[in-house]
Design a protein around this ligand. Structure first.
Ligand SMILES: Cc1ncc(COP(=O)(O)O)c(C=O)c1O
Length: 479
């Protein structure tokens, strides 16, 4: 792509539109991961217009652009009204990962100042989102991972409590967890943490804007927010069940004194004095404005009706799945997210995902983890309500076809070879050879059938999977 010669706007936009052709649809309820479609007329147009109004405003300096403070205070205020307690303060961020990164940094710095902890540990249930591992990696914390209950898939509060040490700076509970959509025992984990003087974060990135409205719609939802004693911070993504465009989340703290540790300030250079509440410096206020606009447009009753729609989709999907021979729903999902496995085996499960994709449905494969089985994951949104019956019908057909396909398995010789590889010292040629064997070469695009690739990945140790996947993604982003 060359910036020269200049091209007319219409032509440029047409190119962009054409690029979308190969993408999974983000509207219409057939993509059961990554996208949140409220199916609300006018919402996308409003978000785009609101973004455009503020696209050129720099969120770096709210003293020069006071509108930024007004919008952020409104948004954080709305989140605090929904999920906070008296004293709650917070920050608008770019997404769940950034909210989590900031909560972990805050806990690390708070523990250093108040408890003298210099070699911090982050205590996680196995189902906590990968973003916590990323935060620990970026910020120099050791992760301590505790298995979850293998039947309910919920965090084991007693095991977590027993794993708290003098080095623990933060414990985590999910409401709900991404892998299985179940709510951890927040009150127990928070109480055990408070007893030891340890902070406790509730990851409500995906559930925070759904669960309170499910409750308002009459569904039973346990207490999980900052009103629970011992919960000291909470993340909630507006770009999930808040239905804002991507790049919108809020991190809340019990008070401003705790939040203080999140801020970065630097006066020791000859440039302008820097105070960054978040990771980014310069940032467009467009994302803030679109999220603000979406919240106003949907409103309390709107969110309640949307949550009722999601619960309805979930009820019908769960009933249909439980009624399908050979399918096992994992745990007792709280609405929104559903995962199921096929006890008949991984090969059949992944064939099923491929067959469904050929029929125009995207379900997200999740690989096995210790005792926890591989599964297919669905994120339900209001646009999926009218799709559930069609999905279930296609799923049963796809399952029939999948049963006729030859099972994919991994050559034991490859596994033996893989076991001898050290991901840390693998050279580029060796990595390229394994990737080619797995059918993962960025150059030719992804294979249309993912089952053979995923069966192999599932059999490899996690560090080797990580090395291969990073290399694969690097091969896609090659210019
Ligand atoms: C529970 C939970 N936490 C954190 C995240 C990470 O959020 P993001 O992808 O917005 O960075 C997700 C994303 O699905 C999530 O479901």
């Amino acid at each position: 792509m060359s910036p020269d010669p200049a091209r007319p706007a219409a032509e440029v936009l047409a190119d962009l539109r054409a690029l979308r052709g190969a993408d999974a649809p983000t509207r219409g309820g057939r993509t059961f991961a990554y996208v949140y479609d409220p199916a609300l007329p006018g919402l996308d147009e409003l978000a785009a217009a609101a973004y455009a109004e503020f696209a050129t405003v720099n969120g770096l300096d709210m003293t020069v652009f006071p509108s930024v403070a007004r919008l952020e205070n409104d948004l954080v205020g709305a989140a605090a009204a929904l999920l906070g307690a008296p004293g709650t303060q917070g920050t608008f961020t770019s997404g769940g990962t950034e909210s989590i990164l900031l909560a972990v940094k805050t806990a690390r710095d708070h523990a250093r100042v108040t408890r003298g902890v210099t070699d911090p540990q982050l205590l996680l249930p196995a189902t906590a989102h990968a973003a916590f591992h990323k935060a620990a990696g970026y910020l120099g914390l050791e992760t301590v991972v505790v298995p979850v209950d293998p039947v309910t898939f919920r965090a084991d509060a007693d095991a977590l409590a027993a794993a708290i040490t003098d080095r623990t700076v933060l414990t985590v509970a999910s409401a709900p967890s991404y892998p299985h959509g179940v709510i951890d025992p927040v009150a127990e984990i928070a109480a055990a943490s408070a007893e030891r003087g340890v902070l406790c974060h509730v990851d409500a990135c995906i559930g925070g804007w759904l669960l309170p409205y499910l409750r308002r719609a009459g569904r039973p939802v346990p207490a999980f927010d900052l009103t629970v004693p011992g919960v000291t911070s909470l993340s909630v993504d507006l770009h999930k069940y808040g239905y804002a465009d991507k790049g919108a989340s809020v991190v809340l703290y019990r008070d401003a004194e705790l939040r203080r540790h999140q801020y970065f300030a630097h006066a020791g250079w000859p440039g302008y004095p820097v105070v960054n509440p978040t990771v980014q410096g310069t940032k467009s206020a467009g994302l803030l404005a679109q999220a603000w606009a979406v919240l106003q447009y949907v409103g309390e009753d709107g969110y309640t009706a949307l949550a009722a729609g999601v619960a309805d989709a979930s009820d019908r999907l769960l009933a249909g799945l439980r009624d399908t021979e050979g399918v096992e729903v994992l745990g007792d999902p709280s609405a929104g997210l559903v995962s199921f496995t096929l006890p008949a085996g991984l090969s059949l499960l992944l064939h099923l995902a491929d067959e469904l994709r050929e029929r125009g449905w995207y379900l997200q494969p999740q690989l096995s983890h210790g005792e926890l089985p591989a599964n297919l994951h669905l994120t339900l949104t209001p646009a999926t309500v009218d799709r559930v019956d069609g999905l279930l019908a296609d799923l049963r057909e796809a399952l029939k076809t999948a049963r006729t396909l030859p099972p994919v398995s991994v050559d034991p010789g490859v596994l033996e070879l893989a076991a001898a590889l050290d991901p840390a010292t693998l050279g580029p040629e060796e990595v390229a050879a394994v990737l080619a064997f797995a059918g993962l070469t960025g150059a030719g695009g992804l294979p249309t059938r993912m089952a053979p690739v995923l069966v192999l990945l599932d059999a490899l140790p996690a560090p080797l999977q990580e090395r291969l996947l990073a290399e694969f993604v690097g091969s896609i982003f090659r210019i």
